[in-house]
Ligand binder design. Structure first.
Ligand code: ASP
Ligand code: MG
Length: 411
């Protein structure tokens, strides 16, 4: 007898028909002899619709009220699924965030979970009922409803699984699992059968949308095995788990790309201590996060230095005046902006133990005549900034160049 958490995303509960299928699946899992806790998202499109309604009423809605509105999407699905389980002859009970008690901090629209009480869930499943928990929502210490950020039902699922000591956390979605890269860009992309938390975290940060980043962090912290799979078939999906020997042998697990950043070149800054600190402190003060940063190596031959960095394109308009202002103060001779860039990245645990992976990446891009504008690395990731028009070419070349198109399932 196992304790299983199953999370169903928006498309998986996108219609009454689909909700019925979810009900059947949950009942089948229970009949196999498991205690079942289901976490649901809002029906697809619903959260967007709700948030838009609020914006139609007032330009800048109060965050507290936004969360009261947004949380209703999951409230509806949890009750609908519970009813669908009844209709299929099963037993179920819906539980909202404050009923479970999923206690969060008070940061509306991006709240973090502090604690989860297991007692309501345990007493529900002990009665033979399927516990249907509304994802995405919690309650803060004042009793106010909070939400966990877009995609937050993943985080509810993993955090609930950790809190109740579930044997597995299944994330049902509209894709078959985690892919070696975006199949829309690279036709030879393959489903990964097993990936480490660390790699998944990098891929999620790089824009792979299959799991909310926070959920992967929690899974890693508490060692919750996560199975990402399709709600439309029974094929096994991707297991996200701790490292093991077989995963370390994989040099590159996936290729990701991100078009959401813009590049800024600040040319001819005074080359003296504190200049870079000044530049980036003033951006940080305005809450602008910077991603890649490079400063040209100064030779001492001139008293000028160039700094290149990337930031979210959505922050660019807001940040431009500060960049201009601080740039001028620090002696910048010219500042250039470029939005037509893409960051392509390779991610893999094996990079820790294999030398020359970055060099191989640069050679693959060079062979396609793709110029690299900036580079950043971490222990298990190398990212290159290139012109946006090369997105598909770069992703395909790297994917095939690192042998990801080949079927390694035999391994
Ligand atoms: N319904 C929320 C969203 O659309 C949370 C979720 O589905 O995970 O972001
Ligand atoms: Mg999602």
């Amino acid at each position: 007898m196992a304790l299983v958490v199953q999370k169903f995303g928006g498309t998986s509960v996108g219609s009454v028909e689909r909700i019925r299928n979810v009900a059947k699946r949950a009942i089948a899992t229970q009949k196999e002899g498991n205690d079942v806790v289901v976490i649901v998202s809002a029906m697809s499109g619903e959260t967007n619709r709700l948030l838009k309604l609020a914006h139609e009423v007032i330009a800048i809605p109060e965050a507290r009220e936004m969360d009261v509105i947004a949380a209703t999407g999951e409230q509806v699905t949890s009750a609908l699924l519970s009813l669908a389980i009844h209709a299929e002859g099963g037993q179920a009970r819906s539980l909202l965030g404050h009923q479970v008690k999923i206690l969060t901090d008070g940061a509306f629209s991006k709240a973090r979970i502090k604690t989860i009480e297991g007692s309501k869930i345990f007493s529900t499943v002990k009665k033979g009922q399927i516990a249907v928990v509304a994802g995405f929502q919690g309650v803060d210490e004042h009793g106010d409803i909070t939400t966990l950020g877009r995609g937050g039902s993943d985080t509810t699922a993993v955090a609930v699984a950790a809190a109740i000591g579930a044997d597995a956390c299944e994330i049902y979605t509209d894709v078959d699992g985690v892919y070696t890269t975006d199949p829309n860009v690279c036709p030879s992309a393959r489903k990964i059968s097993k990936i480490s938390y660390e790699e998944m975290l990098e891929l999620a940060s790089l824009g792979a949308k299959v799991l909310q980043i926070r959920s992967v962090e929690i899974a890693m912290k508490y060692g919750v095995p996560v199975h990402v799979r399709s709600s439309f078939n029974d094929s096994p999906g991707t297991w996200v788990t701790g490292e093991d020997k077989s995963l370390e042998d994989v040099v590159v697990a996936g290729v990701a790309y991100d078009k959401s950043e813009a590049r800024v070149n600040v040319i001819g800054l005074h080359d003296k201590p504190g200049v870079v600190a000044d530049l980036f402190s003033s951006l940080a003060e305005k809450n602008v996060s910077v991603d890649m940063i490079i400063q040209n190596a100064t030779t001492g031959a001139s008293d000028r230095a160039d700094v290149t960095f990337t930031l979210a394109t959505t922050d660019l308009v807001r940040a431009k005046p500060f960049i201009e202002e601080v740039g001028k103060r620090l002696g910048a001779q010219e500042i250039r902006y470029d939005q037509d860039v893409v960051k392509v990245s390779i991610v893999g645990l094996g990079m820790r133990s294999h030398a020359g992976i970055a060099a191989r990446m640069f050679r693959i891009l060079a062979a396609e005549n793709i110029n690299i504008q900036a580079i950043s690395t971490s222990e298990i990731k190398v990212s290159c900034l290139v012109h946006e028009k090369y997105t598909e070419l770069a992703v395909r070349a790297l994917h095939d160049g690192f042998g990801l198109s080949e079927d390694k399932s035999a391994k």
